[in-house]
Structure formats: structure tokens, C-alpha cells
Design a protein around this ligand. Structure first.
Ligand code: NAP
Length: 250
């Protein structure tokens, strides 16, 4: 087994792959030689980063789809499979936040977050799994959050969705291990992206103080963990949650 991670010949889907952590995951997988198919909600965002991606490799494609739309996702995965003929890796990364105290949280904000973060993962994974099942191999890596493990004030919807991602991952790992399909989750801590840039500076400083490594994570910290979980080096890991958080809350 080579100790160098090499994904040439592998095809990966990355949801939310044109921004933040997802963009970094797309770039790292391309650098490792994989073909990367990005699914994201807004083609304009993808176009704004297309040149950046192209500098790494031309081996990518883009599909605009809302992951909470079950029919659209089923149709999109069918299109991808007929064009690519195989999917080796699925990275469930797309996610949103709609924060607020539970007592004031609207049904809409609750449902939006659960629909994108958890139901979206279910729709994509179900469709991709049918294909991996026939191929008798596959890697599914889903981006959860430290908040899914410990909860958070003002993030009941987000915490529940991310805890759901962890439970869904563990169930997939058990159901499909015998078919050579490995499913793992990554629980990032606090990572610098547009999702976290919105927070006031004093809150960011307070969060940083609670991180033993004394720095906010970068998107590539998560992308590197995804790369490991896609590789031959992690062939005996399934049903796990990898904490990538600088020691936060441990
Ligand atoms: P981000 O920069 O906002 O990227 C998320 C991407 O997903 C965006 O391109 C977004 O498009 C897309 N997206 C949103 N809703 C979608 C939908 N319904 N269908 C398809 N695509 C959709 O966020 P990020 O910080 O990189 O987060 C990536 C993942 O890491 C999320 O699951 C997040 O919960 C998780 N995470 C992040 C942190 C952190 O500190 N940043 C910590 C723990 C976990 P638009 O921008 O156009 O909406």
C-alpha cells in the first residue's frame, strides 16, 4: 500500500463544493487526482470560483441543485451516473444555519435547517448508495459539527440536524459494511468561512479562547481529513466521527 494519497481514477461528488469547506474539499480531491462533481444550489457562486478550480485540474463538473429537493436530487444523481458511469466517493458537505433561541424559533427555521442538513444528506446518500451497492465499494464522508455532539444555545435546529448526520452515518456504516461501503463523519470545530465570518468579533475572540490550539481552523484542515477518509489508508475505519477542532470542547 502506498503511503502517498492518490485518487486518480476515482470520481467524487461534493455537495456545497463551491464555497468554504466544500470548495477546499473539491480542491484537495482534485489535487489528489480525483474527478470532482460539485453539486451546489447556485451556479453563480460556482462560476465565481471556476477559474480557481480550473488551475488545479480540468477534471471537474458542476450541477445546480437544491439538496432538499428529493426529486431534483434523484434526477441529478441519475444524470451524473449516466455521464460518469461511477461514483466512488460522496462528500455530504452542504449545510446552513438559521440560529435563534428555541422558544422563538419558527417552524420554518427549524424545518429549513433539518431539510437541508439532514434530509438533503438522506436524499443524496440514498441515490448514490444504490449505485455503490452494485459496485460493492464506496466511501461516504459527511460533515457534521462539534455542535451535533454537545448542543449549543441558539442552535437547536442545527445541533439536531448534525446529531442526525452522525446517527445516519453510523447506520449506513452498519448496513453497508458487508458491501464494501465505508461511511464516516467529520465534526469540525470553528472554521473560518462565510458561515462563521458573520459572527461579531467579540464572539469569535471568545470562541478562540476556548480552543486549546489557540487558533480558528481553516477549510483545508477539514479537507485534509476528508482526503484521509477517502484514501486506502483509512480502509479499516467506518462508523466513526473524526473531531477536527483544535481540541475545542474535548
Ligand atoms: P458555506 O461557506 O456557507 O458553504 C456551504 C455551501 O453549501 C454553499 O455553497 C451553499 O450555497 C451550499 N448550500 C446551502 N444550501 C444548499 C442546498 N439546499 N443545496 C445545495 N447546496 C447548498 O459553509 P461552510 O462553513 O463551508 O460549511 C460547510 C459544512 O461544514 C456545513 O455542513 C456546515 O454545517 C459544516 N460546518 C462548518 C463549520 C464552520 O465553522 N464553518 C463548523 C462545523 C461544521 P449558498 O452559499 O449559495 O447558500
Amino acid at each position: 500500500m502506498s503511503l502517498c494519497i492518490e485518487l486518480t481514477g476515482k470520481t467524487a461528488i461534493v455537495t456545497g463544493g463551491s464555497s468554504g469547506i466544500g470548495l477546499s474539499i473539491s480542491q484537495v480531491l482534485l489535487k489528489a487526482g480525483a474527478r470532482v462533481i460539485i453539486i451546489d444550489i447556485d451556479e453563480k457562486r460556482f462560476i465565481s470560483v471556476k477559474d480557481e478550480i480550473e488551475k488545479i485540474s480540468p477534471e471537474f463538473d458542476f450541477y445546480e441543485a437544491d439538496i432538499k429537493n428529493s426529486e431534483k436530487i434523484s434526477e441529478t444523481i441519475q444524470k451524473i451516473i449516466s455521464k460518469e458511469s461511477k461514483i466512488d466517493i460522496l462528500v455530504n458537505n452542504a449545510g446552513i444555519v438559521k440560529d435563534g433561541l428555541l422558544i422563538r424559533m419558527s417552524d420554518e427555521d427549524w424545518l429549513d435547517v433539518i431539510n437541508v442538513n439532514l434530509n438533503g444528506m438522506f436524499y443524496i446518500t440514498k441515490n448514490v448508495l444504490k449505485h455503490m451497492f452494485k459496485a460493492k465499494s464506496g466511501r461516504i464522508i459527511s460533515i457534521a459539527s462539534v455542535i451535533g455532539e454537545i448542543g449549543n444555545t441558539g442552535q437547536a435546529n442545527y445541533a439536531a440536524s448534525k446529531a442526525g448526520i452522525i446517527a445516519l452515518t453510523k447506520s449506513i456504516a452498519k448496513e453497508y459494511a458487508a458491501r464494501g461501503i465505508l461511511a464516516n463523519a467529520i465534526a469540525p470545530g470553528f472554521i473560518k468561512t462565510v458561515m462563521t465570518d458573520k459572527l461579531p468579533e467579540d464572539i469569535k475572540d471568545a470562541i478562540k479562547k476556548g480552543i486549546p490550539l489557540n487558533k480558528i481552523g481553516e477549510p483545508y484542515d477539514i479537507a485534509n481529513a476528508v482526503l484521509f477518509l477517502c484514501s486506502e489508508l483509512s480502509g479499516y475505519i467506518t462508523g466513526s466521527v473524526m473531531n477536527v477542532n483544535g481540541g475545542m470542547y474535548m
